[in-house]
Ligand binder design. Structure first.
Ligand code: PLP
Length: 370
């Protein structure tokens, strides 16, 4: 592993981005030397092509898909756009807690319950009414709360009405098992920097035989589904991270133990704090919590001063902190949502990071109680 987080920083924001794995860093630096264009026929081009294809096999194996169905992109934002625009459908539906890169395409929104889990009955009702082949976008795991969605049940519902299912699985690799075939979805979005790879590399993975209309034109790359010279270094890093996934998964139980210690400490420090979707199956590394009366920015700043990196459960745009759309969709009151933060642990974290977090957060909890 890279010594990036080191001792001076307790980095607890793995759902935003992760440290780059050591094997990714060395594979990427070797790939920098493969400067040929993968579309060129000479030896330098062929070397770059071989590196891209090796990575494609690794990513396909990680997702339990075929290499030829992996389309490399610049990340999950692009993969989600490609699926929503490029797959054949007569309208998109999406759960209310999807990432903005899905919701920005203005799908019809399906309600979620108090834990943020899709309302399958509502989904079925809409599909019944539409009487046209729709596309359902449902994420594997929520980036803010860690909540796992009932993907296979949603696929069963969608199939009854001839709908396609696109799954934003960005938060799954290295945290929970991912098997595209078992899930039965039509397409999957992935992003390398969420499990040890570089930013700017991702993939859209298709079910065998599914057609896709490209969004970028002017080149035959990616089997004519995504024109443009491949990001060879990013793709090679993505492949190396995919190979490391079993090792990251082997850490999941230890990380779940750290999360349990964290949540016990949070409850003891602040009985009025709320941990979202506490009893629903979640990613093993994620805790989304609210400390009513203490704004997320205040918590973030105090934690940052103590050398701890976490995220707000809210979005900041044009200087205004807006409550998280995920928490609002779950029925959380806006004031409470504005006091939410997300702690997302990872492989470089240990007990000392959890103790450090609790020590820094406790005074905030006491100030809220006073
Ligand atoms: N989808 C989810 C669930 C995410 O968490 C993210 C990143 O935060 C994205 C999509 C966007 O991924 P990328 O950074 O690769 O564009």
């Amino acid at each position: 592993m890279c010594p990036a987080a080191g001792d001076t920083l307790s980095y607890l924001d793995y759902n935003a981005s992760t440290p780059v794995l050591a094997e990714v860093a060395s594979a990427v630096s070797a790939a920098i030397g493969r400067y040929g264009n993968p579309s060129s026929v000479h030896a330098a081009g062929r070397r770059a092509r071989a590196a891209v294809e090796e990575a494609r096999e690794a990513v396909a194996a990680m997702a339990k898909a075929r290499p030829q169905d992996v389309i490399f992109t610049s990340g999950a934002t692009e993969s989600n756009a490609l699926a929503l625009r490029g797959l054949a459908h007569k309208g998109a539906l999406a759960s209310a807690v999807e990432h903005p890169s899905i919701l920005a395409h203005n799908p019809e929104v399906i309600a979620v319950d108090g834990d943020g889990v899709i309302d399958l009955a509502a989904l079925e009702l809409i599909l019944q009414q539409r009487k046209a082949p729709m596309l359902v976008a449902l994420m594997f795991a929520n980036n803010e709360t860690g909540v796992l969605q009932p993907i296979t049940q949603a696929v069963e519902v969608a199939r009854k009405y001839g709908a396609l299912v696109h799954c934003d699985a960005v938060q799954a690799p290295g945290k929970v098992a991912l098997d595209m075939r078992a899930m039965g979805v039509d397409s999957l979005a992935l992003s390398a920097h969420k499990f040890g790879g570089l930013k700017g590399a991702g993939a859209l993975v298709l079910r065998p035989g599914l057609d896709l209309t490209p969004d970028t034109l002017g080149g035959g790359q990616e089997r004519r589904r995504r024109a443009g010279t491949e990001n060879v270094t990013g793709i090679v890093g993505f492949g190396a991270a995919a190979v490391a996934v079993p090792r990251l998964l082997a850490e999941a139980a230890r990380i779940a133990g750290l999360r349990a210690t964290l949540e016990t400490g949070l409850r003891a420090a602040a009985p009025n704090a709320r941990i979202y979707a506490e009893t629903w199956p979640r990613l093993p590394n994620t805790t989304c919590l609210a400390l009513p009366g203490v704004a997320s920015e205040t918590q973030l700043m105090r934690l940052d001063l103590a050398g701890i990196a976490v995220s707000a459960g809210s979005a900041c745009s044009s200087g205004k902190i807006a409550p998280s759309h995920v928490l609002l969709a779950m029925g959380v009151a806006p004031d409470e949502a504005k006091s939410a933060i997300r702690v997302s642990l990872g492989w470089e974290n240990g007990e000392k990071d959890v103790s450090r977090f609790l020590a820094a957060w406790q005074p905030l909890a006491s100030s809220a109680a006073a």
